[in-house]
Design a protein around this ligand. Structure first.
Ligand SMILES: [Zn+2]
Length: 73
């Protein structure tokens, strides 16, 4: 069991849409979530302002959009 609390924000910091993060909604990492199977590219995380980092999950749409724009070789 991780000894940390899930990020409490339910809004994507990039598009302000709900990020659908299950642990954020339930307050427990026991909840399974799409983000556990997802990799978040460092280049995408770098688009966040420093005070937004580690505050809220990016939503799946923003991750998908980034991956479509930056295909992995
Ligand atoms: Zn988003």
């Amino acid at each position: 069991m991780p000894d940390v609390t899930p990020l409490a924000n339910h809004q994507c910091p990039l598009c302000s849409q709900p990020n659908h993060c299950a642990p954020a909604a339930t307050g427990s990492f026991v909840s399974s979530c799409w983000c556990k199977a997802q990799t978040f590219p460092p280049e995408l995380l770098a688009q966040l302002a420093p005070d937004q980092r580690n505050k809220s999950c990016i939503c799946q749409q923003c991750v998908d959009r980034f991956n479509n724009q930056h295909p992995q070789q």
